[in-house]
Design a protein around this ligand. Structure first.
Ligand SMILES: Cc1cc2nc3c(=O)[nH]c(=O)nc-3n(C[C@H](O)[C@H](O)[C@H](O)COP(=O)(O)OP(=O)(O)OC[C@H]3O[C@@H](n4cnc5c(N)ncnc54)[C@H](O)[C@@H]3O)c2cc1C
Length: 357
């Protein structure tokens, strides 16, 4: 006889991003009770945030309601809540206002920006991780052009038309390319007292090349394409201070109103509450089957996980890793429910890309 829903093993997935949502889709309509908890009620397609930030897309274009995605299967419930901690010994997840018991847990709360100990820079140079971040950046970018159009002061006008992007990884490269493109093309004819195509877009990277996780020839190609779009690329350049009026590099001050931070990530704080080993950016160091030591019922996936069993280095923080791990973690749970052991994970790398302009 089929078990009543309440007698089935309780699975909790925290985070309905790329990893968590894939896991949830795999466990929907299966022989488990599934609770998916996220602090937002939508799944966010982060790779296109830069298009919202530069007004090419609207927020609804890149956010899909989690409830609607998972509503077909009765074994799934969706809870909107901020998770504060996990007690692995008691098998409980604590949110801001509730507590949930689990038999199996998948933790997929991703990452946030890191300001390398300069949290005071966050207000001055927002990063790009959430819809709120993207809308705020869009506001700042468009208002900078509006301010430049009105101000009688030449220095203020130039500062308003200087856009500094800090960090030459995929997010910084895409953001710089998109700002250059809207200033050269989209906005080019919309103003009377300024020429938006004269905006300076300056991309600052601390290492010797852009896209340092990509092969060197792709870094060089990205640099050339950005330069063709009019972006000033500064490599080996270190930001030493950020103020309202601009960005200080070693030996140079760039006056600017809009600064964008794309330079570093820290894993979500929830990982640290597990009392499992974490690396220097807070990622939970997982076993080869995505579980944590001593707790096969707990799996960590995506940007929150440090999985170093394949190449000796942690897998990159990209969506295919999170999605493949999400599907694998779900399959592991179904195995364990049937009395089998979780299986080791292997990543299949289909390659990477970044969009310029
Ligand atoms: C601007 C940008 C551009 C990117 N471009 C690319 C790209 O081109 N290609 C690519 O492959 N990857 C790209 N990435 C990386 C990719 O988006 C991540 O690797 C991927 O999102 C990781 O998936 P995840 O499931 O681990 O975390 P996420 O997708 O970040 O999901 C985490 C989820 O957890 C929720 N959450 C977090 N904390 C809590 C909490 N305390 N309580 C409840 N819920 C919580 C969040 O709301 C979110 O829904 C980009 C990332 C960014 C920010």
């Amino acid at each position: 006889m089929a078990k009543a829903l309440k007698d089935k093993p309780q699975v909790i997935i925290v985070g309905a991003g790329f990893g968590g949502l894939e896991a949830a889709k795999k466990l929907a309509c299966k022989d488990v009770r599934l609770t998916a908890i996220d602090r937002t009620n939508y799944h966010l397609f982060q790779p296109l945030l830069y298009q919202v930030a530069t007004a090419a897309l609207s927020p609804a274009d890149i956010a899909a309601p989690v409830r609607a995605i998972l509503s077909k299967c009765e074994n799934v419930e969706v809870i909107l809540a901020e998770v504060e901690s996990v007690n692995v010994e008691a098998r409980k997840v604590k949110t801001n206002d509730m507590e949930f018991d689990y038999d199996y847990l998948i933790l997929a709360t991703g990452a946030r920006h890191s300001y390398f100990g300069h949290d005071e820079w966050e207000k001055l140079a927002p990063g790009l991780k959430s819809l709120e971040d993207a809308v705020e950046l869009r506001r700042r970018i468009l208002l900078a052009f509006e301010f430049a159009e009105k101000t009688p002061d030449e220095a203020d006008r130039q500062a308003a038309m200087n856009f500094v992007v800090i960090g030459g990884g995929p997010t910084g490269v895409e953001m710089a390319g998109a700002i250059a493109e809207i200033s050269r093309y989209t906005l080019a004819k919309d103003f009377r007292h300024i020429d938006p195509s004269k905006a300076r877009v300056i991309l600052i990277e601390g290492t010797s090349r852009l896209l340092s996780a990509y092969p060197a020839d792709l870094s060089e190609r990205a640099r050339k394409q950005l330069v063709e779009l009019g972006v000033e690329v500064r490599t080996d350049a270190r930001v030493t201070d950020i103020t309202e009026s601009g960005v200080q590099l070693d030996g140079e001050f760039i006056p600017c109103r809009v600064k964008i931070w794309a330079a570093g990530n820290n894993a979500s704080f929830v990982g640290k509450t597990l009392i499992a080993p974490v690396d220097r950016v807070g990622r939970v160091i997982v076993n080869d089957d995505l579980t944590i030591p001593g707790h096969p019922e707990v799996q960590i996936i995506g940007d929150l996980a440090n999985f170093s069993h394949q190449t000796g280095e942690p897998l990159p923080g990209v969506s295919p890793v999170a999605m493949q791990q999400g599907r694998h973690a779900a399959r592991n749970i179904l195995r364990m429910v049937h009395g089998e052991k979780p299986q080791p994970f292997r990543y299949f790398d289909k390659g990477s890309m970044a969009t310029i302009g």
